[in-house]
Design a protein around this ligand. Structure first.
Ligand code: PML
Ligand code: MG
Length: 254
């Protein structure tokens, strides 16, 4: 048996009562790690650089081991650019090479840039027309119930690649689950943490990181998922929210 441990924190009020999203986290851990995982999430919510959390919700829920799907970690490539505009231009090229239309890429960037504040979930956008497909408005679709299979080995491997921070650890796990979703073409994300400027464009072809995808100091970030036309959106959201996934990294062994 595993446990899905998830946290969401907001300022002013609960998310559903109009509070401002501060932070969220997702883990899938054995019972003996539930207590320390919840404590770490609580500390993180209280200390977040997006601001003081007034509302923190931590949910612990059992997950049957046989329902867990194992997925291979996406290969990671870093593309360093001189500045944010060239980072965004390169990220658009990656999306286009993954099969997202120019119209949809422009629509996705426009929607991300038009956000007045970050959402707690992602926007689903048609990869051809750029039309928003989910009906979640300011909430978006939150990807949940995923983790890395072997946490200690993964952290060690990440550090050996020069990726020693929590942002990458979480983002690569989420991006691996998302890239394997039914109907997924590609994802674009940049961080909503003011002090973190990186983002990525991901698809089954890989996770392309861009250290400069957002201006330093900006609390505006988020995710757009580009979806193949004709995809069953309900089944897609069900997978993103509820299918338990553990990510396996074949490279750790080496
Ligand atoms: C986040 O902060 O939640 C998103 C981080 C995206 C980029 C992570 C990376 O450095 O690869
Ligand atoms: Mg964040």
């Amino acid at each position: 048996m595993l446990y899905s441990v998830r946290m969401r924190a907001a300022q002013g009020a609960a998310h559903e009562a109009g509070g401002r999203h501060i932070s969220g986290a997702e883990r899938l851990v054995p019972k003996e790690l539930v207590a320390e995982t919840t404590q770490a999430m609580l500390d993180r919510a209280f200390e977040h650089s997006r601001g003081q959390a007034d509302f923190i919700n931590i949910t612990v829920e059992s997950v049957a081991a046989e329902s867990v799907r194992l997925l291979q970690l996406l290969p990671i490539t870093t593309i360093d650019t001189d500045d944010v505009p060239s980072g965004r231009a390169e990220a658009k090229l990656v999306l286009a090479n993954s099969g997202v239309s120019e119209k949809a890429i422009e629509a996705g960037f426009e929607k991300l840039l038009a956000l007045e504040d970050s959402m707690r979930g992602a926007m689903l956008i048609c990869a051809e027309t750029g039309i928003r497909l989910d009906l979640r408005e300011n909430r978006g679709v939150r990807v949940s119930r995923m983790d890395i299979g072997d946490d200690a080995a993964f952290s060690k491997w990440l550090a050996s690649q020069g990726f020693g921070n929590l942002h990458i650890r979480e983002a690569i796990v989420l991006a691996t689950k998302v890239a394997n979703a039914p109907g997924m073409v590609a994802e674009i994300c940049w961080s909503d943490d003011p002090e973190y400027t990186a983002g990525y464009a991901a698809s089954l072809g890989g996770y392309m990181r861009f250290p400069k995808l957002k201006a330093y100091g900006s609390p505006l970030g988020g995710r757009v998922f580009f979806i193949k036309p004709g995809t069953n959106i309900e089944a897609l959201i069900e997978y993103l929210e509820n299918q338990p996934v553990l990510v396996i990294n074949g490279e750790e062994a080496g």
